[in-house]
Design a protein around this ligand. Structure first.
Ligand SMILES: *Cc1c(COP(=O)(O)O)cnc(C)c1O
Length: 389
C-alpha cells in the first residue's frame, strides 16, 4: 500500500527503480525472529534472495546467520558483519578457490552436495592444515508441490546426495581427517506454502538422522533449508509470511535430540514483500485483440515472470486514489510488457487495470526476493537504482 505522499515522491523520480519499504522489512524480521526464537531455532538468511546492502545490514543487525551459495556471498556476509560462526556455504559446484577462501574465513559449515566434493574439501583443508565443518546435503525425494522450475528436492534434481549414495558418504567421512561432521542439510524448493510438505520433510529428516546414528555418526545440526513462500496475490492484506505455522510444524514433527540445533535458511520469506519495482508507462498500444502497456522496466529489472512464470501484483499508482475512483474509472485488460527485444519480456498478460495513460506510475509488487539481485545490463540498459522509504 502506498500513501499519497509516497506516490507524490515517486512522481519526482526517474523510473524505473526499486522501492524498499524498511518498515515492512522490519516487521517481517521481527515476526521471523519472534516465531523462531521461541523454540530456540537458528535462522540463516539466504543471501542470494537479496544482497542490497541496506537490506543485508538490517538483517545482520537482528543477529541472523548467513546462508551463502558462492565465495562472493561468503565474503560479502563477513564484510557486512555476519558472525563467521553463523555462515554456511551450500552449492552444487563450489570451486577450489571458493572452498579455499571459505576455509581461510573459518566459516561454520560447508553444506556438501556430493562424495567427490567431500574428498576435495578434505584435501584442500589438509593442504592448509585446517579442519572443515561439514553437513551433508541430502536429497530427500520430497515433492515441494511448487513450480517445477523451483523444485530442488527430487531424485531428478542436481542438488544434494541421493539416499542410495549415503554408504559412500559415510565411507568418505571415515577416512577424512580434515573434516568435522556436523550434521545433515536439506533444501527442497522455494515458494512453498503447503505446510504438509514440511511435515513430510520432517519425517524424512527423522529417518535420515536415525540412519546416520545407526552408522555411528552423531548429529549436532539438523539444517532444514528454506523455501517458505509468501502471498504474491495479497501483498497488503497478507504481507507477512506465515512464520508461526512454519516453525510450529518443525517443532511438532522434527525429532530433536538433546544437544542438537535446528537450522533454517530463509530467503524469500524474509525479503519478498519489502520491495516493489516502480516504473512508468511509456506507450499504450491499443489493438483489436490485445492492448499493451509498454513499461520502462522489463526483464532486465525483474526477470521472475519471464524466467519461471511467476505472478506479481501489478498496480497503476496514478489511477487508484480511492474506492470511489475504482467504480467511476473504467477498466481495461492489458498485457503489461517491458521494452526489451524479447517476446518473453512480459510481466503478465490480461491484467485488469484502470484505463491507463503514458506517464502513469506502475508498481510491480512483492519484488524484494530474486528481483534486484537478478537484474542485468542486457540491451546495455542501466541498472535501476534503489530508493528507500
Ligand atoms: C536459495 C536457497 C535457500 C533459500 O530459499 P528461499 O526459497 O528463498 O527461502 C535456502 N537454502 C539453499 C541451499 C538455497 O539454495
Amino acid at each position: 500500500m502506498f500513501t499519497q505522499d509516497t506516490i507524490e515522491r515517486f512522481k519526482e523520480l526517474e523510473t524505473p527503480f526499486y522501492y524498499y519499504d524498511t518498515e515492512v522489512l522490519r516487521s517481517t524480521l521481527n515476526a521471523c525472529r519472534d516465531a523462531s526464537s521461541k523454540y530456540g531455532f537458528h535462522v540463516h538468511y539466504a543471501m542470494k534472495a537479496n544482497f542490497n546492502p541496506a537490506v543485508v545490514d538490517a538483517i545482520q543487525s537482528y543477529g541472523f546467520g548467513a546462508d551463502c551459495v558462492s565465495g562472493g556471498e561468503v565474503r560479502y556476509a563477513i564484510e557486512h558483519g555476519f558472525d563467521k560462526s553463523k555462515v554456511v556455504f551450500a552449492g552444487v559446484g563450489k570451486s577450489d578457490k571458493e572452498i579455499n577462501e571459505a576455509l581461510d574465513a573459518a566459516i561454520f559449515c560447508f553444506n556438501v552436495e556430493s562424495v567427490q566434493e567431500l574428498e576435495i574439501i578434505n584435501e584442500l583443508a589438509a593442504a592448509r592444515g585446517k579442519v572443515a565443518g561439514v553437513a551433508i546435503r541430502i536429497n530427500p525425494n520430497v515433492d515441494a508441490h511448487t513450480h517445477h522450475f523451483i523444485t530442488t528436492g527430487l531424485d531428478e534434481n542436481k542438488f544434494g546426495v541421493n539416499t542410495w549414495q549415503l554408504n559412500d558418504v559415510v565411507a568418505a567421512l571415515r577416512k577424512s581427517a580434515n573434516l568435522k561432521f556436523l550434521g545433515i542439510h536439506f533444501h527442497i524448493g522455494s515458494q512453498i506454502t503447503d505446510m504438509e510438505v514440511y511435515k513430510s520433510l520432517c519425517i524424512r529428516i527423522n529417518e535420515m538422522q536415525d540412519w546416520f546414528e545407526d552408522h555411528g555418526f552423531q548429529i549436532k545440526v539438523l539444517n532444514t533449508g528454506g523455501g517458505l513462500g509468501v502471498d504474491y496475490h495479497n501483498p497488503d492484506s497478507n504481507g507477512i509470511a506465515d512464520f508461526e505455522s512454519y516453525f510450529a510444524v518443525f517443532k511438532k514433527f522434527l525429532n530433536v535430540k538433546p544437544g542438537q540445533e535446528v537450522h533454517f535458511e530463509l530467503g524469500r520469506a524474509m525479503v519478498a514483500q519489502c520491495a516493489s519495482l516502480i516504473s512508468r508507462v511509456l506507450y499504450v498500444k491499443m489493438g483489436q485483440k490485445k492492448n499493451f502497456l509498454v513499461l520502462d522496466a522489463g526483464m532486465t529489472e525483474l526477470i521472475r515472470p519471464m524466467l519461471y512464470q511467476a505472478y506479481h501484483q501489478i498496480e497503476n499508482l496514478s489511477r487508484t486514489t480511492g474506492a470511489e475512483d475504482q467504480e467511476t474509472n473504467s477498466h481495461l485488460h492489458y498485457d503489461v510488457v517491458g521494452p526489451i527485444c524479447e517476446s518473453t519480456d512480459c510481466f503478465r498478460k490480461d491484467v485488469e487495470l484502470p484505463v491507463s495513460q503514458r506517464g502513469d506510475l506502475i508498481a510491480v509488487r512483492t519484488a524484494g526476493a530474486y528481483g534486484e539481485v537478478m537484474a542485468s545490463n542486457y540491451n546495455l540498459r542501466e541498472r535501476a537504482p534503489s530508493v528507500y522509504a
